[in-house]
Design a binder for this molecule. Structure first.
Ligand SMILES: [Zn+2]
Length: 464
């Protein structure tokens, strides 16, 4: 423990230098979606590679179909091996006039609550978060001349552009990414004083249903009562998707959905996540969806089905006595655990077709879906990381799900067969992707200390 204490002390003492390094990284306008900034993406990759090389990592900058990735290794035979992933690219900065100071001139500000913040594009998403891990490695190396674990670092430059080129690169370089577990620092804390481990991301399946009855729009005076109305047909299909208890009625829909363990539910019950705090701000008070579930379950660990749009008939001003020839709707499903988007597509189409009367036809379009990501709750690294976070923050880390997805995490599972621990120190008010993005100084400092503890704890694990 003395060794860890000296590492933590070093992080405290070196904070100003760590900030200077982060500021240098933040000054590089590595916007990935705009080709005009491609040289700056390269510059950010080179900056990071130079820093990791100076720390003694075997480092290379490698081409993908878009911006290069930085790959760095620090082997340690016999020790547990972690793969850390993050991104050096940032979102565009417009509207520029809403920034209080230029986005690529980082500064320390004090917010309304008296909290010190680092303000710049990328401060939170994801350069500040990436540097918490790098600084933790730096302190371990400064104090002990080695890291507690074998560490591979993969930092990409196209995350804000759908990670273009990355899955292909990962597939080609599987053997160089071997590790026991993946660590990602690109998520948020539960609140400014409570750390969180994001253990699940919901997947998505998206469909469009177009029902056609007559071969043209009809006059409802001539045909009303005789001609089939596609809006009625479509409405019945959509209404049939849920029962009176808010459950989705598709056969086999809940196959692969798992219950959360009692200790997780217990923790969720203790969170301040109520209809008042969650639905109140959007003008609602009563949870819809499956009856008898916690509100947090409904948005994190249970699947959901929503109609996202519906088109048909006359929707202009005044009246028009028409029976439409066609009606269509867009329907999406949020998926959890092992629900299979492919199987759902088949079930959904069969469900729709079974409700199409004679004389009518239907076209079901299925967009590309994604599976959910969820950690096995008994994975040993989860407990280890949770304990390390509690040591730093003084309160238990919450295990939560997240709404936004990080698609590469699914690829790590699929291509490398490895689970990912998502541990981040961002806050909901960091304004990522918006003007005046910030990262709390406390997130940066205690985030670095947290990684130092997590690396130590993972390195001490036996029988990995
Ligand atoms: Zn990010």
């Amino acid at each position: 423990m003395a060794a860890l204490d000296s590492v933590l002390n070093d992080i405290d003492k070196d904070l100003d230098n760590a900030l200077e390094r982060l500021f240098a990284f933040l000054r590089i306008p590595s916007i990935s979606t705009d080709q005009a900034y491609a040289p700056h993406c390269r510059e950010a990759a080179a900056w990071l590679a130079a820093d990791l090389t100076a720390l003694g990592f075997e480092t290379s900058v490698e081409e993908t179909s878009l911006h290069p990735v930085v790959l760095a290794h620090k082997p340690k035979p016999g020790a547990p091996h972690v793969l850390f992933y993050g991104h050096y690219d940032v979102q565009p900065v417009d509207p520029l006039d809403l920034w209080e100071t230029p986005p690529f001139e980082p500064r320390i500000a004090t917010d309304a609550k008296g909290e010190k913040t680092i303000v710049a594009r990328g401060a939170s998403d994801d350069k500040g978060q990436v540097m918490t891990f790098v600084e933790a490695c730096r302190a371990h190396l400064a104090m002990n001349a080695e890291l507690p674990c074998a560490v591979t670092i993969l930092i990409e430059g196209a995350e804000e552009n759908g990670s273009q080129g990355l899955p292909e690169w990962v597939a080609r370089n599987k053997d160089r990414l071997a590790a026991d577990v993946v660590l990602v620092c690109d998520t948020s804390m539960w609140n400014p004083t409570t750390p969180a481990i994001t253990s699940s991301l919901r997947g998505l399946a998206y469909f469009e249903v177009e029902v056609t009855c007559a071969d043209r729009d009809l006059h409802s005076g001539f045909f009303g009562g005789a001609a089939r109305n596609p809006i009625h047909v479509l409405s019945r299909i959509l209404a049939d998707l849920h029962d009176d208890d808010g459950k989705v009625t598709l056969p086999g829909f809940y196959d692969g959905v798992r219950e959360r363990p009692p200790e997780v539910l217990e923790q969720w019950r203790g969170l301040d996540f109520t209809p008042e705090t969650f639905l109140g701000p959007i003008g609602l008070s009563e949870p819809a969806g499956e009856r008898g579930r916690l509100l947090i379950e409904l948005v994190q660990s249970r699947p959901a089905c929503d109609v996202n749009g519906i088109i048909g008939g006359y929707t202009g001003e005044g009246t028009k006595t028409v029976i439409a020839g066609k009606a269509s709707a867009k329907v999406s499903f949020r998926l959890v655990d092992d629900q299979d988007p492919q199987k759902l597509a088949e079930t959904f189409e069969a469900f729709v077709r079974a409700r199409i009367p004679a004389d009518c036809s239907v076209n079901v379009i299925c967009y590309k879906g994604s599976r959910a990501i969820s950690l096995p709750f008994d994975m040993p690294e989860l407990e280890t990381a949770r304990a390390a976070l509690q040591d730093e923050w003084g309160v238990p880390a919450v295990t939560v799900g997240a709404g936004g997805s990080i698609p590469i995490v699914g690829d790590f599972k699929r291509l490398l067969d490895r689970n990912t621990l998502l541990i981040g120190f961002g806050l909901d008010d960091d304004r990522i992707h918006s003007p005046n993005e910030k990262y709390d100084l406390r997130s940066f400092h205690k985030g670095t200390r947290s990684w130092a503890r997590i690396l130590s704890a993972l390195g001490a694990r036996r029988g990995h």
